[in-house]
Design a binder for this molecule. Structure first.
Ligand code: ZN
Length: 362
């Protein structure tokens, strides 16, 4: 018994400094390893003078903290904070939803020595669009050690001074799905990804003939990010093609599907982040109905990822229903594909004409 106590005593004397020095990351003292992230708070503030919006995140710690920050572009735009010698308290920072406009969510990953906070953003921001600062414990106000992160609401890079006409416009086309993702499949086994690509290639040819510069997220049957990726990774890769290329507009082509095979028609979706998104949806929808002749299912606001995460006016058109056998047959006909492509191109042309009147030519 006594021998066992002496052994344990000896063991604890031997182990304490060793385990502590092992746990301490390079450059940090042993005490830092016990620093716990206890709380994350956030709020959106509006500047009283400029009206600019800013998201402020405050992290509380049990001890002094060191941080370094950087931006990451893939798989989704994110701001990374590396916290040395910090562990998150139970449940702190695991997939916390943020405001959804300035930042989407925050996630903490820790290896027991270092904690990596990943703040997912709708779009890439510049180094000047965020600030990270460290505040020491304040015995007077009883505030703990903190890190404060301010992220400015991204300012749209384009000022949308649109001119009429297609010549010289940069248009990003996104043929929905592709590669490992077939999209919806019709009763006759037609795959959505095949039709969206066929129609988009026809749109591209028509736009280029009119002098526009067209960039496609994919020009063959492939995944845009990588096979078997998550939906967010794939959609983020598509949106970033448009953002990177400073497109004037972004057009996403899809085919609808429903359990009832009798349901059919055309619908166009938009997310109102600029004064132009709705107009683009309206001009494309009305030309698709005019040229394609299917039932008009209207224009609808939607919270779709690519619409929200592209900074320019963007739409998602659901050309027809692949689940409707009649429409599935039509979708396979090159003539019908050409009519739909024409409708999209006329819609884009009408859009620039209207947008120019709205303020581009002032
Ligand atoms: Zn789709």
């Amino acid at each position: 018994m006594l021998r066992r106590i002496i052994f344990l005593l000896l063991l604890s004397i031997l182990m304490t400094p060793i385990s502590a020095s092992l746990a301490a990351p390079p450059g940090a003292s042993a005490n830092d390893a016990k620093n716990v992230l206890t709380k994350i708070r956030w709020a959106v503030h509006t500047d009283a003078v400029t009206g600019a919006k800013r998201l402020r995140l405050v992290f509380d710690f049990t001890g002094p903290v060191k941080v370094n920050s950087s931006m990451l572009a893939v798989p989704v735009p994110s701001l990374i904070l590396n916290l040395t010698g910090v562990v998150p308290g139970a449940g702190i920072g695991s997939n916390t939803k943020l405001d959804g406009t300035i930042a989407d969510s925050i996630n903490a990953v820790s290896n027991g020595k270092e904690t990596r906070m990943k703040i997912d953003l709708p779009i890439m921001i510049n180094d000047t669009d965020y600030k990270v600062f460290v505040l020491r414990k304040d015995p007077v106000t009883k505030r703990p050690d903190r890190i404060v992160v301010d992220i400015n609401k991204p300012v749209l890079p384009a000022n949308f001074h649109f001119t009429a006409g297609l010549k010289g416009k940069v248009i990003v086309l996104d043929p929905g799905h592709g590669g490992s993702d077939p999209g919806a499949i019709g009763p006759g086994k037609t795959m959505e990804k095949t039709i969206t690509l066929a129609v988009s290639l026809k749109v591209k040819a028509l736009l280029e003939k009119a002098g526009a510069k067209v960039i496609m997220t994919r020009q063959s049957d492939r995944d845009v990010y990588k096979p078997g990726d998550t939906a967010v990774e794939e959609l983020s890769a598509r949106a970033s093609v448009a953002n990177r290329n400073k497109a004037d507009i972004f057009v996403d082509v899809h085919i609808n599907s429903f359990v009832n095979p009798d349901v059919g028609g055309t619908a166009t979706y938009y997310y109102e982040k600029t004064p132009y998104d709705l107009i683009l949806a309206q001009t494309i929808q009305s030309n698709l109905i005019h040229d394609g002749g299917l039932e008009n299912r209207g224009v609808h606001a939607a919270n779709f990822y690519v619409l929200k995460h592209t900074v320019m006016p963007s739409v998602l058109a659901e050309l027809a229903f692949i689940s409707n056998p009649k429409e599935e047959n039509l979708l396979n006909e090159p003539d019908f594909q050409q009519k739909m492509a024409q409708g999209i191109v006329k819609g884009i042309d009408d859009f620039f004409a209207q947008a120019a009147k709205m303020g581009g030519e002032q």
